[in-house]
Design a binder for this molecule. Structure first.
Ligand code: OW7
Length: 410
């Protein structure tokens, strides 16, 4: 290799017998249409090596599940993106949850798990359902054509989630760009990152400011996090970073999740009618959409020691890229994996991860999605797509720019 660009240079040789693939999972071709690449990654071998970044990759269900659940052999504290924090400075102070291992991970995790538990969320439910009805009524008042992204998937979380945390009214427009940047930052410094970097300064400053105790409204989840610091359950240094986790992980993900479930349910008149008549199917509708679309597509781990996966020995201090979206469509695990099927049991999907880091916000995500869908099902008899899907490219999220739709009022 004659290149002088270190980012293109091959860093290491994989374990003998591991196939080397010339696939860039953060390239525009891949991000625009990942399924054919997922197929190659899954079918080539249980563990492959991506020369473009010098990382190991797993894309089958069993191996992704294995990597997610072995937190001792595959750590998170060295970063869950491409950057190895043992060698590279993180772009922001690391998350005390996502980018931490036991024992440091555990106190922030249990504080947030309690505050976001189904029992604690019950106080939000009535308000959220009424807000969902209002938003759907506003949508219907404007006619039959709408964009499921900008008119619904972005509107509902941005109306209810910042209030639940206790954020002030000002500056909320920073939330989506911040999340977009943070999820891009798990990937390489490609165009998506460098273009985002230009405007991220004021956004970062606003985010960090919102995490301070004096800026969080009484009664919100943010204040409850600071109360956990008062009790000594977490430290005063951890408290603002736990608030920051909510702001990073809680907005773009739920917007993408709601857009995904609307995308999955559009043009499925029989399923729509069935769910209208039996709302007990709603949690499954959401779960199956998360399986099929996998809003969070990838995360990395870093080996702490030589780790065996599917008979392959991966050396210590290597990055392993886990393709959650590919595992969620692995024919070895799922029958007819590419079909949206309300008669399947989607539990066990890895769209929220698995193991000790499994999405701590999944109950709040589910409550948001179910609230908005339930309100829509009350007032809409049919939901059709009305134009091509436009994807929003991101190094980690499989998002949407536009989802043109047409509804028939009930
Ligand atoms: C955090 C779905 C991943 C995340 C994502 C990004 C940031 C954080 C968590 O969960 O800051 O803790």
């Amino acid at each position: 290799m004659t290149t002088t660009d270190a980012s293109l240079a091959l860093r290491t040789e994989p374990t003998p017998g591991v196939p080397r693939l010339d696939i860039d999972p953060f390239g525009e071709e891949f991000l625009s249409d990942p399924m054919p690449f997922h197929e190659r990654l899954r079918e080539e071998a249980p563990v492959t090596y991506l020369d473009a970044y010098g990382v190991y990759a797993v894309a089958r269900y069993d191996e992704v599940h294995r990597a997610l659940t072995d937190w001792q052999g595959l750590q998170s504290a060295a970063g869950v993106g491409l950057a190895n924090f043992r060698r590279e400075k993180p772009w922001r102070p690391p998350s005390v949850l996502l980018e931490a291992d036991p024992p440091r991970h555990d106190a922030p995790r249990s504080v947030l798990a309690e505050l976001l538990s189904p029992r604690r969320l019950r106080v939000l439910e009535e308000r959220w359902r009424s807000d969902a009805r209002t938003i759907v009524d506003e949508l219907l008042a404007r006619g039959r054509s709408f964009d499921a992204v900008t008119d619904l998937a972005e509107v509902f979380p941005l109306r209810v989630f910042p209030d639940a945390i206790g954020l002030g009214e000002e500056g909320r427009e920073h939330l989506l760009p911040y999340g977009d940047f943070a999820f891009n930052a798990f990937g390489p410094r490609n165009r998506l990152v460098t273009e985002g970097q230009a405007a991220i300064g004021p956004t970062m400053a606003w985010i960090n400011e919102q995490c301070r105790r004096e800026n969080l409204a009484a009664g919100g989840i943010g204040e409850r996090i600071w109360e956990a610091a008062d009790r000594g359950d977490i430290t005063e240094e951890q408290a603002p970073l736990v608030v920051r986790s909510l702001l990073t992980a809680g907005v773009d993900t739920t917007v993408t999740g709601i857009a995904s479930v609307l995308h999955a349910m559009a043009d499925r008149p029989d399923d729509w009618r069935r769910v209208r008549e039996d709302r007990s199917l709603l949690p499954r509708v959401f779960e199956e959409a998360v399986r099929l679309e996998s809003p969070v597509q990838t995360f990395f781990r870093t080996t702490t020691e030589p780790v065996e996966i599917a008979g392959v020995l991966i050396p210590a201090d290597e990055k392993v890229l886990m393709f959650l979206g590919a595992a969620n469509r692995d024919r070895r695990r799922w029958e007819d994996p590419h079909a949206f099927d309300l008669d399947r049991d989607p539990s066990g999907h890895v769209g929220f991860g698995m193991g000790i880091h499994q999405c701590v916000g999944q109950h709040i995500a589910r409550l948001e999605a179910v609230s908005v869908l339930d309100a829509l099902l009350d007032r809409v008899a049919e939901l059709e797509s009305a134009g091509p899907v436009r994807r929003h490219l991101n190094n980690t999220l499989r998002g949407f720019e536009a989802l043109p739709m047409r509804l028939t009022p009930a």
